[in-house]
Design a protein around this ligand. Sequence first.
Ligand code: DP6
Length: 319
Amino acid sequence: MNTAIAHTNIALIKYWGKQDEQLRLPLMSSLSMTLDAFYTDTSIEFADEDKFYLNGTLQTDASAQRVFTYIHKLQALLNLRPESVVIKSVNHVPTAAGLASSSSAFAALAGAFNRLYKLDLNHKQLSILARIGSGSASRSIFGGFSIWKKGVTSDDSFAYPIDENPTMDLHLLAIELDTKPKSLSSTEGMKLAKTSPFFNHWLEANDSELDAMISAINNNDFTALGELAEYNANEMHAINLSAKPGFTYFVPETLKAIELIHTLRKNGIECYYTIDAGPNVKVLCQLKNVKDIQKYFVSEFNNVKIVSASFGPGISYLD
Ligand code: DP6
């Protein structure tokens, strides 16, 4: 069995815009935190026919097509024999579903592919392969905090770790407000976002925001990290609203959650939010406030599911 395990990551400085769609080369650098609570394990074997099982169920929809397009692309890129494969993936996402991510999925798939063909790739090479499946997957090769430098060509657009075992007191609460599939894929959302008149500002601010986030991490400054992560997420969602046509991933509960975070902050419970291409909110906080924040969300939202996470590890293999 060629099995790899990769954890999801949450971007604190976000990737939102591509310069090359086929190779998934980004227009900006991004920085993320790998999470312990959510991961994917994926096994791959040669077979007579391409088959993709997710959580034990054979997939025949667009997700299977995306996976096999990816496998065939890697086989062509690396001049490998175009053999058929059976892929079995399990998403380990605690009951709060809707938080599964393509980052862990494509990082684990790249790792399993590496084993199948005995490529013996290093982490940098794996990050490049994972990126070709899904941009954010490039960062899930590493644990702790990692940076994906945008690069200019496929060979120099990869992630690397800044600190794989951070000691920072940083926790994430994934608040599941809505379980419906997202209205617009990240790939499509990014394309539309480029039509915003503010998109250029988004790109121009990237270097200084990345530097400021690295400083916050190096200085162990939770406040600076939280403020900047929240600001960066707001910029991304503002670009979506101001695209032509404008769109948003927010639902009414998303705004209600943002308001609650503002109230908690005013009342001395320090916390910040970040939001990806979906309606669910992720709260950044310190350990001492985890229980209180959970309590407030439970009392304000009916049947809300909350999963608490902290730093997770990089890719590993089951042998
Ligand atoms: C908002 O990595 O899912 O989560 O490369 O098109 O597969 P594709 O996009 P994907 O986009 C992630 C977008 C984001 C921000 C981030 O993780 O950096």
